[in-house]
Ligand binder design. Sequence first.
Ligand SMILES: NC(=O)c1ccc[n+]([C@@H]2O[C@H](COP(=O)([O-])OP(=O)(O)OC[C@H]3O[C@@H](n4cnc5c(N)ncnc54)[C@H](O)[C@@H]3O)[C@@H](O)[C@H]2O)c1
Length: 303
Amino acid sequence: MSKYLVTGGAGFIGTNIVKMLLEKGHEVVVVDNYAGGYKEERIQEKARYIDLDIRNLEALNVICAEGFDGIFHLAALPRVTFSVENPILTHDVNVNGTLNVLIAARDNKIKRIVFSSSSSAYGNLETFPAKEDMKAVPISPYALHKFIGENYGRIFSELYGLEFVSLRYFNVYGPYFDPEGAYALVIGKFIKQVKNSEPMTICGDGEYYRDYTHVDDVAKANILAMESGNVGKGEVLNIGNNNPHSVNDLVKMIGGESVFVPERPGDVRFTQADYSKAKELLGWEPTVTLEKGIEELKKEWGI
Ligand SMILES: NC(=O)c1ccc[n+]([C@@H]2O[C@H](COP(=O)([O-])OP(=O)(O)OC[C@H]3O[C@@H](n4cnc5c(N)ncnc54)[C@H](O)[C@@H]3O)[C@@H](O)[C@H]2O)c1
């Protein structure tokens, strides 16, 4: 069994990874400063949680000196709109924080980092589905931060031999999502609105297509990326379903009243993942369809 550090492990995706690692019998330490909110239901009894800001390199070094087999690096301020409004703060956490994680891993001889990147790094592509060898042209600070993180990791692997893999997630949803606040992700926001008997608020014309990916599949991809002998040199892998749906489709699937509200700056129109590289290198494939994932969430929320 291995010992892993999960940065941002008290967040939505982090919690799902922590749970899966514990189920497999691994030892898990989480570092998180709860910038995304402290949520009791996410705390896993068998994991150790350390309240720490990844911008604090000194403290990060003390933790990493304990020794870990690998780091799942998820800690970030992860919302596109928030980064458009707060480019300095989000750069500090997403870029400088990531650099700290790389340095702490390098200096404490931690073998591998699996980095949570984002499909937003691609920007507005002209052809679909997105493939990793297409030119990335980020169109928001957040997307740029992720692109820089991927490249920092690749460079650290080339310069210092630190193993590094980037996973570009395509809109993740599922259990432990955060339905609160102005920056909530669309499926969570809609589920909560329906639960509260409010109309679902569709930004712009609702013809924004996303390749929604279930968080169970994302957690599996992380563990495969940590364990696989085929990766570690800074590869970038798409983690998506290759099956985009519009916001208007979501409204139909969830069912209920809806209203249109102004669109958000920095949002791309369409995403679709070609995941053949993850399939080839990790043996990873998505297993949960959007229909099934939404049905499960509706059941969980009693709607
Ligand atoms: N949810 C998605 O659809 C999606 C898509 C693409 C990429 N990602 C990436 O996956 C990762 C996890 O996303 P999520 O949806 O679970 O978000 P989240 O906000 O739920 O989780 C991020 C966690 O990082 C923590 N954090 C923030 N700043 C920190 C700091 N300075 N020090 C320590 N911890 C800090 C937060 O408290 C939070 O628990 C992020 O890196 C995000 O960019 C998410």
